[in-house]
Design a protein around this ligand. Structure first.
Ligand code: PEP
Ligand code: MG
Length: 570
């Protein structure tokens, strides 16, 4: 038995079998094949193609069965690549001619295709190379014997990887995968956020767990304490089964709070909203008696489809949300690509993605992309309470450009005689320190504000949110951050507009009383945190937490702040 520790990012306990995601491409070596074995090598290659095809078709059927059709297009792209003779036939010629092994022939062919892709001007087509890369990597895994089991039939798989991109995390959104463990990654990386949204226990930043764990090892993932136990003894397994039962019992008990109105003991209403990354599993918005969706991260619908969606496609998605969530406010954030959220056909700054052409900066550089989305949103807002949220604003000038483009979208819709809501509310995310410091100006020009603490912490403390090496510095109770949050809440209150908080802090019950004490009355979080936070709200007394929060706001020492927060919570 071995215990590896990391950063807990999604709570709960999972007990299952390790499923290692290998970097198979790095392991391919060439070797010579004798004349009489060439036919065998060809057979091996054809067998791998057949296996991947049948596994993808099975996966597609299963997704359909589980009503996860939206992932079907991803599989269709992979099937089209396998059926292309450049992948399924050309390597056979290389095997015959060079008398080298099948995996090497495939790698040579893949590199040739990728070189050609790199010189294509159309960025959408150019980025399809990632799909080619993925298909070849899977085939190579079969050929070198990494992955002989059915992709979809193993139950209780714990995915262990060096890293999982948000796009990969979407692929593993399958009930057979019960936990994620990654060697790198920070607390609020988007992969961590997705794990939380899928609601499976996850630990990141384990440094070298991947090297210590073998495929099929028994694992326990403790998503609350950030530890991974490799090949635990029966005694430890029993102990964790007990913990699992307690966790489930606790979750069931919390269900009693679902219908209750969210307010403090002294009757201050505290609105709860939900963060979503897709339009599935939105029933929690209604079941938990929330005010609606506080943050829909729309970039994930584009990541899912591996392309931009046109105005009508987007309109239908947003309009369907209004139908599914009648009488709820639905806050839809415009595209926030970039940073660690790479959408395949869109440019991403390599030098320093978090400080690059992210979010609204990208949209202002590509106004057609922005206007298309705004038109779809304005049209959908005709059917329900949709409001638009602009990510990563940092200056007045940017806000002016945003407003001009929104006006242009309205003018086009008018000339196209399409129905839309001209009074759709427009809010801004406060996640750049400049915007937090100048919050009054933003509050005076927008209909609502939403504090994105995941990025606000990253930018205020100069700590990469995805980097485990500095995760100990990623501090959600840093005095500078608390002052910024307080300033934004006060600016919103003064301007008479709603201020919500939609970063991961909103879902951390340890911080609920502190945030209420700072004056926050709108929280947006993942469904899995809603009832835990609601429980704390129901136990809070605004007048008391307010004075304690004031004291915390005037404290600078980290340990002292921690003690004061503990005291506030007890
Ligand atoms: C944030 O930065 O707090 C936020 C909610 O946005 P995202 O996590 O998508 O960057
Ligand atoms: Mg953000």
């Amino acid at each position: 038995m071995l215990i590896v520790s990391g950063i807990p990012v999604s709570s709960g306990v999972a007990i299952g079998k390790a499923y290692i995601l290998a970097h198979a491409l790095n392991e391919v070596e060439p070797y010579l094949i004798s004349e009489q074995n060439i036919l065998n090598e060809i057979k091996r290659f054809n067998q791998a193609i057949k296996q991947l095809k049948s596994e993808l078709l099975n996966l597609k059927k299963e997704l359909k069965k589980n009503r996860m059709n939206e992932f079907g297009s991803f599989i269709d792209i992979q099937l089209a690549i396998i059926n292309d003779p450049k992948i399924s036939k050309n390597p056979l010629g290389i095997i015959k001619k060079s008398k080298q092994n099948a995996e090497w022939a495939l790698k040579v062919q893949m590199e040739e295709i990728i070189t050609k892709f790199n010189s294509i001007e159309n960025s959408y087509i150019r980025e399809r190379k990632n799909d080619v890369y993925q298909v070849c990597e899977t085939l190579i895994k079969y050929l070198i014997g990494h992955e002989s089991k059915q992709l979809s039939n193993d139950k209780n798989r714990i995915i262990v990887a060096h890293d999982i991109s948000p796009a990969d995390a979407l692929k593993f959104k399958n009930s057979n995968n019960i936990a994620f463990v990654t060697d790198i990654g920070g607390t609020t990386s988007h992969t961590a956020i997705l794990a939380k949204s899928i609601n499976i226990p996850s630990v990141v930043g384990t440094q070298n767990a991947k090297n210590l764990i073998s495929n099929g090892d028994n694992l326990i993932v403790d998503g609350d304490h950030g530890c991974v136990i490799i090949n635990p003894t029966d005694e430890v397994i029993n102990e964790y089964r007990l913990k699992q039962n307690l966790y489930e019992l606790e979750s069931k008990k919390l269900l009693n709070l679902q219908k209750l109105t969210s307010k403090t003991i002294d009757k201050v209403p505290v609105n709860l909203y939900v963060n979503i990354e897709d339009t599935n599993n939105i029933e929690s918005v209604i079941l938990n008696n929330t005010k609606g969706v506080g943050l829909f991260r729309t970039e994930f619908i584009f990541m899912d489809k591996h392309r931009m969606l046109d105005e009508n496609e987007q309109f239908i998605i947003y309009k369907n949300l209004t139908k599914a969530l009648p009488n709820k406010t639905i806050t839809i954030r415009t595209l926030d690509s970039g940073g660690d959220k790479v959408i395949e056909h869109m440019p991403n700054t390599n030098q320093n993605p978090a400080l690059g052409l992210r979010a609204i900066r990208f949209c202002l550089a590509e106004p057609d992309v922005f206007i298309t989305q705004i038109k779809a949103l304005l049209r959908a807002a005709h059917y329900g309470d949709i409001r638009i949220l602009i990510p990563m604003l940092s200056s007045d000038n940017e806000l002016r450009q945003v407003k001009l483009l929104i006006q242009r979208a309205k003018d086009i819709l008018t000339s196209e005689r399409k129905k839309f809501n001209p009074k759709t509310l427009v809010g801004g995310m406060i996640e750049v320190p400049a915007a937090a410091i100048d919050a009054e100006s933003f509050a005076n020009q927008l209909d609502f504000l939403s504090i994105g603490t995941n990025d606000l912490i990253q930018y205020t403390l100069a700590v990469d949110r995805t980097d485990d090496a500095v995760s100990h510095l990623y501090d959600s109770s840093h005095p500078a951050l608390l002052k910024l949050i307080k300033g934004v809440i006060d600016a919103g209150t003064k301007a008479g507009i709603e201020v919500s908080l939609c970063g991961e802090m909103a879902g951390d019950p340890k911080l609920t009383k502190l945030l209420i004490g700072l004056g926050l009355t709108n929280f947006s979080m993942h469904p899995s945190s809603l009832l835990k936070v609601k429980k704390v709200i129901l136990e809070s007394e605004f007048s008391k937490v307010k004075s304690k929060a004031k004291k915390i706001l005037n404290t600078h020492d980290k340990i002292e702040i921690e003690n004061l927060i503990n005291n506030l919570n007890n």
